[in-house]
Design a protein around this ligand. Structure first.
Ligand code: NDP
Ligand code: OXD
Length: 319
């Protein structure tokens, strides 16, 4: 494999707050000849790395390394990169799209949809009150599950939910080809119909100006009474005060939230104690080191062979 001036593939790795050694080892397990270094041991910008593999790098850091050929995001979301005003946008930015993310997210959504469909948050509250009460759920074929964001993750969620017999709706930016047993909606004009026809929303939308605050008092009011929301895309999607109001006034039955506008969620935040909201700490889908290393090295090879890498960020769209 090619790369730095001396012919060795150089990868700079940045993941603050976690042990970097096993990550570096995962890359070396595949190609022991790689020179992989963690910040701050990257050397000077001139003899810096040929590729960057990063999560939430400090603003301005990547710009210093003028010989980076591509930036790999450790996660599927790239808002952590796009928030850097100095991000070198002229080089390819590649979003994580390995199998572990797809599997993890689909499992999380199946678990959470079943929890809301079978009213588990309510049942758990009854348990805390030592109350034996039959809680009856509608049959799955009378429940519509809506997937907001029908890309890499949304498609996998639809695949894993299909065997349960729910009615499936999807919402994306651009129209999608017809598929048996799935109703597709798209664009701003499709949002109201999508929400009016959805009992349980699962969102894996990226954070962009268009998706920010999309779930607010007005759009919540379009959902059928008793609807539930599961958000594992980005926290910017939901106006949290509006959501809590809609839950407290009984229009929305509950929510499962994995992502928040500010992470980690403040220890004093009232959301933690809301008995109709399940909180998880951004763990819906965790990038696995071995499959991520394989993904990065496969795509470095593609770039070195002048082929298009997978999952390249479209800067204009923002995802
Ligand atoms: P993709 O780019 O494959 O899919 C994004 C989807 O969102 C596409 O269907 C796209 O529509 C749709 N979309 C984007 N903007 C809009 C809009 N304005 N209106 C309607 N639809 C829109 O991304 P992934 O599936 O790989 O990942 C999605 C997101 O999931 C990530 O960006 C990240 O934020 C989040 N994530 C969260 C994780 C967690 O652990 N909580 C883990 C991994 C990812 P179209 O198809 O028309 O382009
Ligand atoms: C993300 C991820 O983008 O963890 O949230 O992949």
């Amino acid at each position: 494999m090619m790369n730095g001036r001396d012919g060795m593939t150089r990868i700079l790795f940045y993941l603050d707050g976690f042990n970097n050694d096993p990550w570096k080892q995962s890359l070396l397990d595949i190609d022991p000849a790689i020179d992989v270094r963690s910040y701050p041991d990257w050397g000077t910008p001139d003899d810096g790395p040929a590729y960057a593999f990063v999560w939430k790098p400090k603003a301005g850091l990547l710009k210093q390394y003028t010989n980076i050929k591509a930036i790999f995001s450790i996660g599927a979301g790239v808002d952590h990169l796009l928030s850097d005003p100095y991000l070198p946008k002229h080089i390819p930015i590649i979003r994580m799209g390995d199998e572990s993310l797809k599997e993890g997210m689909a499992e999380y959504m199946v678990m959470s949809v079943l929890m809301h469909h079978r009213k588990m948050p309510h049942i758990l509250n009854l348990q805390r009150k030592q109350t034996w009460q039959h809680i009856i759920a509608k049959p799955a074929n009378q429940v519509s599950v809506g997937i907001m964001g029908y890309g890499t993750l949304g498609k996998e969620i639809a695949k894993k939910l299909a065997p349960f017999g729910y009615k499936l709706n999807t919402w994306s930016k651009t129209p999608k080809p017809a598929k048996p047993n799935i109703t597709h909606y798209s664009g701003e004009s499709g949002l109201k119909h999508f929400l009016e026809n959805t009992n349980i929303i699962t969102s894996v939308l990226p954070s962009t100006p268009e998706t920010t605050n999309l779930i607010n008092a007005e759009t919540l009011s379009w959902m059928p009474k008793g609807a539930a929301i599961i958000n594992a895309g980005r926290g910017t999607l939901i106006n949290i005060n509006n959501l809590v109001d809609a839950i407290d006034n009984g229009h929305i039955s509950g929510a499962t939230l994995d992502v928040f506008p500010e992470e980690p969620l403040d220890a004093d935040h009232p959301l933690w104690k809301h008995d109709k909201i399940i909180i998880t700490p951004h763990i819906a889908a965790i990038t696995r080191m071995d499959s991520a290393a394989e993904y990065v090295i496969r795509n470095i090879k593609a770039i070195e062979n002048n082929q298009e890498p997978e999952n390249k960020l479209d800067i204009e769209r923002g995802y």
